[in-house]
Design a protein around this ligand. Sequence first.
Ligand code: E4P
Length: 218
Amino acid sequence: MHFFLDTADVDVIKKLAETGLVDGITTNPSLVMASGRRFDEALKEICTVIDGPVSAEVVAMDVDGMIKEGRHLAKIADNIVVKVPLTFEGLQACKTFRAEDIHVNVTLCFSAAQALLAAKAGATFISPFVGRLDDIAQDGMQLIEEIVQIYSAYDFETQILAASIRHPLHVTMAAKLGCDAATIPPKIFEQLIKHPLTDKGLDGFAKDWAKTGQTIIR
Ligand code: E4P
């Protein structure tokens, strides 16, 4: 399973990339706003740190506008994936980009029918937003389950990228369902590493080791 970070904060990306566990990045207009950076400059810098897919979202709502913006974004680096919304226009733009060999992440997916259309349009990634569904008392993970079932029935190559992750359980549940990737907010990425019993166990071992008076290397 690939781990992407859901952020446009270059310092955070640099820090967490040191784990060697960050396979890609997703950004969106809200994350760009939060970063306070110019989008193109932040993207250039992110692509020097991360070799894997870096999603950059178009903001135009019409097909021509999406295509112009997407082509522009795709020129920033070889690993840019153009992100388009799951709209009529977004799916048309997706088909055009794929014919030009530009990778596409179709975002804001909230139903299995939408995911099926994105796969038919040749999307490289589909981003089902599990957290936002949970927020309105619908089961985000059930959507992932349905998409996994549909994509495997037809051998679609579109990769399922679990998005709108709210807690570590979302990541492990997506993994259990065989999701190709999850895009994880930095805070949750760090939570995945932590467990209170690990800290407690480590503390106990450190104290007992000190009592032995030994060093591992003499
Ligand atoms: C995905 O690509 C989006 O950037 C993101 O996961 C949205 O998550 P949110 O619901 O926390 O805004």
